[in-house]
Design a protein around this ligand. Sequence first.
Ligand code: PLP
Length: 357
Amino acid sequence: MAKVHVFNAGPCILPQAALDASIEAIKDFKGTGVSLLSISHRTKEWEATMNECRALWKELLNIPDDYEVIFLGGGASLEFLYVAMNFLEKKAAYLDTGVWAHKALKEAQGLGEAYAIACSKDKNYTYIPKGYEIPSDLDYFHITTNNTIYGTEIKEDMDCPVPLIADMSSDILSRPVDVSKYTLIYGGAQKNAGPAGVIFAIIKKDALGKVSRYIPTMLDYRTHIDKESMFNTPPVFSIFVMNETLKWVKAQGGVEAVHKINLKKAETLYTEIDRNSMFVGTAEKEDRSIMNVCFVMAPGKEDLQDEFFAFAKERGMIGIKGHRSVGGFRASIYNACSQEDVDALVACMQEFENLHK
Ligand SMILES: *Cc1c(COP(=O)(O)O)cnc(C)c1O
């Protein structure tokens, strides 16, 4: 098979080392003679993996002691509901930066009063709203730090007068985060932290238990904190692969080292988009994501779109089709996507431009 370059938005490309370790573990988990897919999650070998994974999250993101990290099934979309269940008492505000943010808001509105404080829908979510005022009487303010579909990102940890909750599905572990500024950081693993099937939540423990509603056992974050993510059968395979992915991040030099590489990759690709006469970027420059790079054919070149898809495909580019709600192209350049992959895409764009000069 020819060399491929995977730019899938999610599930994402994972480090080869994580894949290799997972293949071995499926055959024989830690020398037990039992496959990872069949081991009991109540064995000491599994508990060691679980503990290692939790410890790695804490180490890689410098998570303070009064926070806990849990791993669950269900998808980031279920965490939209977890958020409201566990934190919404009177009123919450959401920053509406796109489809995921909007879906998160909708779940909260099913349980209480929640509203969009600002919205960038007027320009199809190509920018991050600014200049809004956060009232001090909110239970929480919810943001989506990286908008996977539109390629916009809130790249700095904001100061917030009320508890700040962030969906970091698609930029977690891509940059250093000051966890202490957040009450909750959550997301699905499959964009940057591991395979599909597991979600993470980094929770400030003393912020829980403040709502008066009945919280169903499985939707109560405290259940899973108390039982160290083993209240029920955890997604064993997904957690294993996530742990191997985290080990790889650590081996790269940690989140700061990975961030530097990510900045370089993003700069390489955006520089080419801005230079190349065939393409234009869609996101507002100052809000450009370093994880999902969105672009379209330049004005007048629109009819070459299908040709570029075919051209890029022939050269091994996988997953560069934009989300169906945006169109055009999106290259997701998550942690495990290398500078070499980005260089290959840039070379392909240059070759295409030369062909049409
Ligand atoms: C993909 C994505 C989700 C939804 O994740 P699921 O695990 O498919 O439910 C939520 N938020 C963001 C920012 C995403 O990119």
